[in-house]
Design a protein around this ligand. Structure first.
Ligand code: NAP
Length: 250
């Protein structure tokens, strides 16, 4: 796809990597609209970047459809969707209570919240996007899913690993099912990237992580953007995952 013809939706675009992607699409001459769950953050980013931004919870069907409709009115029928919104609610599946010795299990809310945002969210957004692209007879459309190296199974991230692995499976299914309608689908699996998500980690923990990465540092959002841009522009890419992790294997 020619970058100048891009009309992109970015979920979770008010902060972190999503905000970087909005800026990069603008800088490349594409049109872009974004959403985020926090209305104040949306307004601040929309103002700062002069980009149409909408409050939307990607885990809620009606909210997603509203975002799709409002964004389409602002930039035209989208031909790129970046499923970026995501959360972590880390914790062990089971640990022994320090006093009673009883098993303490991951609670259902912690499991469900991450599945809702990180897996149901992309399902709902891709559904609205693919239906719109089909109706408008878009000659080419591209979906980019933000997975993670944690999809391989990271201790302390049962919920997140399951969602990110599921998203890669969905990438393959969508690639197979939607190719006939001109839709390509790719996933990016970042390692540790410098964003509010990782800035929430303790400095000692971050230093330990960086020491275990062959390139000895966290990645930058702009380095993830390069992979997304490749997926958008390379017309022969679909159904695969690009790993951008400084060489780190979990
Ligand atoms: P981030 O800084 O936490 O940004 C994610 C954005 O998504 C936030 O603005 C967040 O809003 C928003 N969001 C959360 N729940 C939402 C919902 N229900 N509907 C709409 N928006 C919602 O995260 P990031 O580090 O940029 O990560 C972006 C993506 O890359 C995520 O999918 C993440 O899992 C993935 N990833 C990140 C890393 C990393 O090292 N940073 C590594 C691998 C994969 P709030 O802040 O208000 O919650």
């Amino acid at each position: 796809m020619e970058f100048s013809g891009v009309r992109a939706l970015v979920t979770g675009g008010a902060r972190g990597m999503g905000r970087c992607f909005v800026e990069q699409i603008q800088a490349g001459g594409g049109a872009v609209a974004f959403c985020d769950v926090d209305g104040e953050a949306v307004a601040a980013t929309a103002d700062a970047l002069h980009a149409p931004g909408f409050a939307c919870d990607v885990s809620q069907e009606a909210s997603v459809q509203r975002f799709y409709d409002e964004a389409s009115a602002a930039i035209g029928v989208p031909n790129v969707l970046i499923n970026n919104a995501g959360i972590t609610r880390d914790g062990l599946f089971m640990k022994a209570h320090p006093e009673t010795g009883e098993p303490v299990m991951m609670d259902v809310n912690r499991w469900q919240q991450v599945i809702d945002v990180n897996l149901t969210g992309p399902f709902l957004c891709t559904r609205a996007f693919a239906a719109g692209a089909f109706r408008a007879k878009n000659p080419e459309s591209v979906v980019v899913n933000l997975s993670s190296i944690s999809r391989a199974g990271n201790a302390g991230q049962l919920n997140y690993s399951a969602a990110k692995a599921g998203l890669v499976a969905d990438t393959v299914v969508w690639a197979k099912e939607l190719a006939r309608y001109g839709v390509r689908v790719g996933a990016i699996a970042p390692g540790f990237i410098r964003t509010p998500m990782t800035e929430g980690m303790k400095p000692e923990a971050l230093a330990k992580v960086a020491a275990g990465i062959p390139l000895r540092r966290l990645g930058e959002p702009t380095e993830i953007w390069l992979a997304i841009r490749f997926v958008i522009e390379c017309g022969y890419f679909t159904g695969r995952v690009v790993e951008v992790d400084g060489g780190l294997v979990l």
